[in-house]
Design a protein around this ligand. Structure first.
Ligand SMILES: Nc1ncnc2c1ncn2[C@@H]1O[C@H](COP(=O)(O)OP(=O)(O)OP(=O)(O)O)[C@@H](O)[C@H]1O
Ligand SMILES: [Mg+2]
Length: 341
């Protein structure tokens, strides 16, 4: 019997009630999302999408901080919503978060030591105080911090980069199976960003997977591996980041990628999503392609039919009718490709 993947998201939808002036609206922050992570060993998967596309909503659900309205999350094949007692405790240990601004996670009234002491106690990571101290020192050194420089200080006495590195040291201590990283490097400088990403790559080599949420394509490219593109709560494209950047399939991904001059890492590009890609306008109807309102290839059917995922090539998929006739790889290249700017 083959082993269940580390994590599976099945048909996940999260709606929020909304509307004003008597109007009732249901906002679909996550709309029928399917994804699998760690099916054949540890991996880093980047989740890319513009502001409001539903990335953090998905992250919160995966961390058990929120529940899906429809669908489920399976961890090693077991529905996370049904975990209780020791199994839930273990899930909370094995699936850990890193957020954009770690400041919010620290309690300003406690020294930063507490961020490291608490998991040691809660997850019983050491048999004695001495062992705990040794482990904490080792974890800090692993992320290039000198224990004597940071321990005993209050959060506001550290730089943002130091606070973020302490969060990595915390992960180093806990040794989770999966890290959910929600925009963890967008507020730190380039050198620290590279170091942070290298630590994640190193973690992966040690068996720790990561769902890396970003709106920076350059960061996703640096990490390599698979990339998932989210648009207005829907997964529109998935595949290896190299392929997605070199030959984006979904018209939305093409808009994204056309905002960067070249996926060649030797060239300078910001990799940030362009202004024009930030969505406005009314939310898509349930029986409509999420991108129909802006798509240069829009067809009549796109406004009355929700596209399912079609294989583009290899294990790359796009939720677009352009690819419904199973696509010989050559066909994808026939389509207008965005001109490098
Ligand atoms: N608790 C909530 N109540 C109502 N609406 C919410 C709630 N949480 C998120 N939303 C809405 O769901 C949508 C997706 O939000 P989410 O925070 O997941 O986006 P995001 O992709 O993380 O964006 P960003 O890149 O700006 O962080 C947004 O329109 C947001 O306003
Ligand atoms: Mg977010």
């Amino acid at each position: 019997m083959s082993e269940a993947p580390l994590l599976q998201v099945q048909h996940l939808t999260r709606t929020f009630a909304g509307g004003h002036r008597g109007q009732r609206l249901a906002l679909r922050a996550n709309d029928e999302i399917d994804l699998t992570l760690g099916a054949s060993g540890p991996e880093i998967v980047s989740l890319v999408g513009e502001s409001g596309s539903g990335k953090s909503t998905l992250a919160r659900i995966l961390l058990g901080l929120d529940r899906p309205s429809v669908g489920r999350v399976l961890y090693h094949g077991v529905d996370v919503a049904k975990l209780r007692g020791r199994a839930w405790w273990q899930y909370r240990r094995e699936v850990q978060a890193v957020f954009q601004d770690p400041y919010g996670i620290y309690n300003p009234f406690y020294r930063v030591d507490r961020v490291l002491d608490r998991p040691v106690r809660h997850f019983r990571l050491a048999a004695s105080r001495r062992e705990a101290d040794e482990k904490i020192d080792g974890a800090l050194r692993a992320v290039d911090l000198r224990p004597q420089d940071v321990l005993g200080r209050f959060p506001h006495q550290l730089s943002g980069g130091e606070r973020q590195r302490i969060m990595l040291a915390r992960l180093y201590l806990i040794r989770p199976r999966l890290i959910i990283a929600d925009e963890p490097v967008s507020m730190i400088d380039a050198a620290l960003r590279t170091m942070f990403l290298n630590i994640l790559l190193d973690f992966r080599d040690q068996g720790i997977s990561c769902l890396f949420i970003t709106h920076n394509l350059q960061t996703a490219y640096y990490l390599g591996g698979r990339c998932l593109v989210l648009y207005r709560g829907r997964m529109v494209e998935s595949g290896s980041i190299d392929e997605v950047l070199q030959e984006p399939a979904h018209p939305y991904t093409r808009v994204l990628v056309s905002s960067i001059p070249s996926p060649d890492p030797t060239q300078r590009w910001s990799g940030e999503l362009p202004e024009a890609a930030v969505e406005s306008g009314s939310p898509p109807g349930p029986n409509e392609c999420a991108f129909a309102q802006r798509c240069p290839h829009v067809m009549e059917r796109c406004r009355s039919e929700r596209p399912s995922h079609h294989r583009v090539s290899g294990d790359r998929e796009a939720a677009c009718l352009l690819f419904e006739d199973v696509v010989p790889a050559a066909k994808a290249t026939d389509l207008d490709r965005p001109k490098p700017t």
